[in-house]
Design a protein around this ligand. Structure first.
Ligand code: FAD
Length: 457
């Protein structure tokens, strides 16, 4: 251990170190794990040494990018955490429209650097989420309908595999690995750097966020369903069913009110966007309308306050739906009405556009044919409420399964209690190929704290 520790340029923390307690925290307050060693890497050489050390000593190994995984996959009890949070550089080439992003960067890091040139990568919607975990699992953003999932904009990645090799994966090199990391999660190694394609975005775009009283929920959901059927790729929308969170831009008397928000971002001239979203802003039961032209970066950090690291207990489930019938809508409305905690948010993503036009076998991510994905995102304050809230969310999720093939977004899969069955069902025809690639790059399953793919025999 001493030789290993001395060689690391970053830091090797154990429970005796003053920083340890703070550094080990991950997003989900429910996850309270204590790795025996946390390696705070500052470069690829540290990552290589840490992987070789963990492999040699057969340590349980967790890899942390942004630490946002709700199932808590980026930490462990005992074993080693490879922590990339000191590796956050972002280099933009505005002429080639390419960004190179280190494995511990957050979405906010990338938006900060790319928006300086009026460019963006399609990433998620909360700025302190990690680029790595989000990308490796797919990546849904406000730019999705126009430019696809995050993985659809990945040009290449640098990866340290379980034997400590440093590989580049792209369409030209290690093509099998490149296919696998586009949706296959952290199963294949530690990504030290991603290379992304950039697109012109904003910096000011039209944001849609009328908030309607939940008393009118059915009507709003049905209107949104019809409206979205004819929407162009320029408009990406997700509908939120939630309580208004505290924020300076909303009068305090409205905080906590239950609302339905058919939200979205229009990529195109702002005036055109304003005209396009107008019908969504004219429905009955308006509580407050937060729509308007906004800096793209402002939108990207708008929800940050509601997701403070370690503050809440979280259990978030997702499910792709085969239909968005009246029956589904009534079930969503009922589910929202009966939520046990105020911080429960139901989200419906409408999955049209560029991200839906990629063939199931083109990336490991798999089938993109479902037009709707729901998320039942339960969050609450006290650990004493864990059992009740988890059970409630699980049961409600089961009720939606009759409208679904049971496929989930693996970045949003509760505590991943379904294990290999869910992984296999979600990857479907791609699973066998993923198992073969897993065997080639990680035969002993060193990288198993994730939506785990079991290596082929
Ligand atoms: P981590 O917990 O650090 O890691 C997640 C997984 O990836 C772990 O298995 C880990 O081992 C592996 N991993 C992490 N870094 C690396 C690396 N460098 N190399 C190899 N493996 C690695 N998803 C969306 O698609 N769109 C959204 O808008 C969105 N919003 C979210 C908002 C919040 C508040 C939260 C909590 C989650 C959100 N998600 C969203 C889900 C998000 O994609 C996942 O939580 C994802 O795991 C976050 O990545 P991370 O790097 O922060 O996670």
């Amino acid at each position: 251990m001493k030789g290993f520790k001395d060689g690391i340029r970053g830091k090797v923390l154990t429970m005796d170190d003053a920083e340890y307690e703070q550094v080990r925290i991950v997003f989900n307050g429910m996850i309270d794990k204590r790795p025996a060693i946390i390696v705070r890497c500052t470069g690829t050489a540290d990552v290589i040494d840490a992987v070789i050390f963990a492999n040699k000593h057969r340590l349980l190994l967790a890899v942390r990018g942004g630490g946002h995984n709700v199932a808590g996959h980026s930490t462990c009890d005992g074993g080693m955490m490879i922590d990339l949070q000191l590796m956050r550089s972002v280099d933009v080439d505005p002429l080639k429209r390419v960004a190179r992003v280190q494995g511990g960067a957050t979405l906010g890091d990338v938006d900060r650097e790319t928006q300086a040139f009026g460019l963006a990568v399609p990433l998620g919607v909360v700025s302190h989420t990690g680029v790595a975990g989000l990308t490796l699992g797919g990546g849904f953003s406000w730019l999705r309908a126009k430019y696809g999932l995050t993985i659809d904009n990945l040009i290449s990645a640098d990866i340290v595999t379980s034997d400590g090799r440093f590989l580049n994966a792209s369409e030209e090199e290690n093509e099998d690995l490149f296919w696998a990391i586009r949706g296959g999660g952290g199963n294949f190694g530690v990504v030290t750097s991603f290379e992304f394609r950039l697109h012109p975005v904003g910096p000011v775009v039209m944001f849609c966020a009328p908030m309607y009283s939940a008393d009118n929920a059915s009507h709003i959901l049905k209107f949104w369903r019809e409206f979205m059927m004819y929407t162009p790729d320029e408009f990406t929308s997700q509908l939120f069913m939630q309580n208004i969170t505290e924020s300076d831009s909303i009068p305090s008397e409205l905080h906590g009110k239950a609302v339905i928000v058919p939200a979205g971002v229009y990529l195109g001239p702002v005036e055109e966007g304003e005209k396009f979203i107008q019908p969504l802003r004219e429905l009955d039961g308006l509580v407050i309308d937060q729509s308007g032209p906004k800096q793209f970066r402002t939108i990207q950090s708008m929800f940050d306050q509601s997701f403070e690291k370690g503050a809440l207990q979280n259990y978030w489930k997702s499910l792709y739906l085969d239909t968005f019938s009246d029956e589904v809508i009534e079930l969503l409305v009922k589910t929202f009405k009966e939520r046990p905690a105020k911080n429960v948010a139901n989200v419906v993503q409408y999955l049209h556009g560029a991200s839906s036009r990629i063939a199931a076998d083109a990336t490991a991510f798999g089938d993109r044919s479902s037009l709707y994905m729901i998320e039942l995102n339960s969050s609450w304050t006290g650990p004493e409420e864990n059992e009740r809230n988890i059970e409630w969310t699980r049961q409600r999720w089961e009720e939606f399964k009759r409208f679904s093939s049971g496929k989930v977004y693996l970045n949003h899969d509760g505590l991943h209690e379904g294990g290999e069955d869910v992984v296999q069902n979600t990857f479907a025809d791609n699973y066998k190929r993923l198992q073969d690639i897993k065997k080639k790059y990680d035969p002993d399953n060193l990288f198993r704290l994730n939506a785990n793919i079991i290596p082929a025999k």
